[in-house]
Structures are given as C-alpha cells and as structure tokens.
Design a protein. Structure first.
Length: 483
C-alpha cells in the first residue's frame, strides 16, 4: 500500500505517509508545561504507528490563553525534550512541534487584528519564531511546523482580509507573504538550514472575500522557493465568520469556515483533497517536488490509499480519526480494518476545545482521558439475548431504531443501506436507540447494528431490519418523474 511507503522530508525520513496533524489537547495547565498526560497522548500515537506526529500548537509568547503548551522560553525545553525522547523510545515515528503566535481575543467578542501591531511588534514576532524553532531543535524534535493556518497571526497576515495598508498589507500577495517570509529567514538563521521545516496554511479560507486555491497555489510556490521541507494544507477556521457566545472568547471554528476546518458528519469525506491536488500539481509544474499533506475526513483507509496512490498528495493528515483510534495505522497495515474504532464526526472534541476543556473522544470509555490500549485478545461483544432484536419503526420524517444490549460493548455502530446500495456506517453511539432523520419518504431502507468493544473488536452484527418509510403527504398528488 502506498500509505506505508517511506517518505523523505528534507533530512527527516518518515516510515509511512500517515500524519497526526496538530490537535489541541488541553492536557497541560495554564503554565504551558508538558505534563505526564501530554506525553501519554503522543506516546499513544507513536505506539499506533503514525509516520509523522505533529504536536499541538505551542505558543512562542507569554499571553493568557488557557491550557496551551509553550515554547516561549528556554525553561520549557526540558519538558519538551522528555516528550520527544519518550516518543522516540516508543517507535520510529517522527515528531515535530507546531509553532504558533496568536493575536489577543476577549470574552466580549473583541479581537486584535493585524493592523493593531506596530513594526516593532512584528520584528519581535519574527525573532520569537526563530528562537522557538531553535528550542525545538535543542529539545530533540525531528523538525518543526509553522502554524500559518486558521485564525492565527501568520494566517491573518496571509489572508485577503488582512486590513494593513503598509508593506505587510492585504492589498498585495507580496505584502501578505512578507511576514511568513521573514519568519522563515529567522528560523533558518537560528535553527539551521538542515533542520526540517514545514508550514501549515489554508488551501482555502472559506470566508467572504477570502483567498481560494488560486492564491494558495502561489503561496505554496513561494514557500517552496523559501526552502520549506513540507507543506500541510488545511482550510477555514477563521475569526471573520465566527459566532460569538456571550461570556466566551471568540472561537474561530464556530462559523462556516470552522465547519470546513473540522467538518462534521453532514459534510462529505475527503472534502479538501481536490483543492490540495491542485496545489500539488501546480508545485510540480513549477519544478518543486515538495511533499504535500492534506487533512479533512480521511480516516476511511480506502480514501487515504486512493489519494496517496494516485499522487494527489504525499501524506494524509488524520486528526479526529486517530484521536478515536491511535492504532489506526497498525490495524490498517495488519488488514484489521474491521477493528478500527471509527470516528463518527460528532465533533464533541471540537466542542471541548471551544471551552478550553480537556479534549477526549466520545467513543472512548466514560471518564477515560486517553484511548484504550489495543488488545486483540479482548473478547468480542456478545448479545445478551440469544436472538438479537433490532426494531425499526418508520414515520413520515424518520426511522426510530432500538436494539437489545450487548455484553462487553462500549459502542454500537449503525449501518444503513438505501434501496439496493451497500450498507454504510452512519453513526456510532453508546445507547441502545437512535433516530435516523436523513431518510426520504417512499423509499426502503435496511439497517443493522454492530456492537464494538473499547479497542474496536467487533461482535456479531444484529439482525437486519428492513422498513419502507411512508411517502410524505405532499407526494400524493405530485407528478411522478420516470427514471
């Protein structure tokens, strides 16, 4: 499989094409020091076999921001060194920190914008990035990633919504690129040209008047010219369309651009791959074979292998899927895809991040702060009754499902087939009932439920319940169209 082929990223060789993108955990305290829980989260990813692990955003400055890791002073190096050491002692996974600067936000909804920074402020940010990556190298990381995506400082300068009017202004693409260009120069000056450096930026902003792939192709070429070793593409997550909740700081993933950044269950799978493929093709056309990664609902192994096998991108970023099951790479490699704890994109993790609470997965056992360790010897869940009974009661607007409890089950995967289509998993729940609100009246549907243990080991699926949903009243006199 292409996903298990090695890849060279500058001076860093990764054993496979599976990336854990940066995802905030809030497992540290407000002092930003690495904790045992922080280390355990990333060791778990390493044990699961991911090729490249990007550690959650680390701030380069001392600003009140809740439980966020820091790399702003030398005193943080010892904790970061232990994190890198423990990951390296666990597997051949490579690990890089994501380095971030962010502008101020307030509970009132006010936020600092790029035009509020003085030239001296900008000069300081440039030096702080260089110092932070130098610390990452001293701590023993394999490289570093600059966070120039979403709502944060480098991305805000890169945005078409950048309100500055000077040499760093949004009126020209060169103005928008000036800060990231100076930051990369600072990093190379302080951390060395041989230290692998990646940049994550938005392939599209998904805000009114925001930039699209037309600009991201140009941005990628400039980053390649500046010598970055890989490009990681994300999308959205902007303040410009964020929805303010009274009493809470503005959360950049609360508007439509946030939905594109962390797409929920109603959005299509692999939804950013086409954009990323355009960026990759454009880079190659200009003579730059820089490895490109993309994220966005890529946890189906078939999708991941398809986009890698066709050369659309070089790495697949799987954040929520690997949060749900850090053993995803090993299970895919061993052909045990039926044992994967499949993310259902409920976005509980996103909601926890939005309120600065410890981020975990709703599919883990209640109260756990880390994914369960894989154990293939865990018995498969079994139904408490000899004859499992799944009932499906249709109404004009939905189908109500109920089933009996299975012993040893942590979750239940719900599968649905429309007419003659193949069954697809549509949700995973911990309860023994569920309503399907996405059915069309007048059609026949088939359902079954599969119980799963905490480690993903599946039990025998339930009986199949077949129902025909009543046609809505407005269809009675509507003209039928032949197909």
């Amino acid at each position: 499989m292409k996903m298990f082929e090695p890849l060279q990223i500058g001076g860093m060789a990764i054993s496979n094409r599976i990336m854990v993108p940066a995802m905030v955990t809030h497992l540290c305290k407000e002092d930003g020091v690495v904790t045992g829980d922080t280390i355990a989260r990333y060791v778990r990813y390493a044990a699961g076999g991911a090729g490249l692990i990007v550690v959650e955003a680390m701030a380069i400055h001392q600003v009140k921001s809740g439980p966020l890791l820091r790399i702003s002073e030398d005193r943080y190096i010892s904790g970061l060194r232990e994190l890198a050491r423990r990951v390296h002692a666990t597997s051949d996974s490579k690990i890089v920190p994501q380095i971030i600067h962010f502008l101020k936000v307030a509970r009132s909804g006010w936020r600092q914008t790029t035009d509020m920074l003085s030239l001296a402020d900008i000069d300081l940010i440039v030096e702080q990035f260089g110092d932070a990556v130098r610390r990452a190298r001293e701590a023993g990381f394999d490289g570093a990633e600059l966070h120039s995506a979403h709502a944060y400082t480098l991305s805000s300068f890169l945005s078409r919504a950048n309100p500055r009017t000077d040499d760093y202004g949004g009126h020209s693409i060169e103005g928008r690129l000036r800060l990231i260009g100076r930051v990369i120069e600072s990093v190379r000056r302080k951390a060395g040209n041989d230290f692998p450096l990646g940049v994550r930026f938005n392939a599209e902003e998904f805000i009114k008047n925001g930039y699209t792939v037309v600009d991201s192709r140009r941005i990628a070429v400039r980053l390649a010219e500046l010598g970055v070793d890989y490009i990681s593409l994300s999308a959205g997550g902007k303040f410009e369309d964020a929805v303010h909740t009274p009493g809470q700081v503005l959360f950049p993933y609360s508007g439509y651009s946030g939905d594109r950044c962390m797409p929920g269950d109603w959005l299509p799978r692999a939804l950013h791959v086409g954009i990323a493929a355009e960026v990759k093709a454009h880079l190659l056309s200009k003579g730059y074979p820089v490895p490109v990664a993309v994220a966005g609902k890529l946890d189906d192994p078939r999708d991941a292998e398809r986009v890698l096998g066709t050369g659309m991108v070089d790495m697949v970023g799987i954040a929520r899927g690997l949060l749900a099951d850090p053993d995803w790479p090993l299970k895919v490699k061993r052909g045990e895809t039926d044992r994967i704890v499949q993310c259902d994109y409920c976005n509980v993790c996103k909601a926890l991040d939005g309120t600065h609470r410890m981020v975990n997965c709703a599919l883990w056992p209640q109260g756990d702060n880390q994914a369960p360790k894989d154990d293939p010897t865990v018995p498969a869940p079994r139904w408490a009754e000899a004859d499992t009974v799944l009932t499906a009661i249709p109404t004009e607007a939905r189908v109500e499902l109920k089933w009996s409890k299975a012993l040893g089950a942590t979750t239940y995967q719900i599968y649905r087939a429309d007419e003659q289509d193949d069954p697809q998993m549509i949700d995973a729940v911990k309860l023994t009932f569920w309503n399907d609100n996405d059915v069309l009246g007048g059609r026949t549907y088939r359902y079954f439920v599969r119980p799963c243990a905490a480690t993903g080991t599946p039990g025998t699926r339930s009986n199949t319940a077949t129902v025909k949903v009543p046609a809505p009243s407005y269809m009675v006199t509507a003209r039928k169209v032949s197909v």
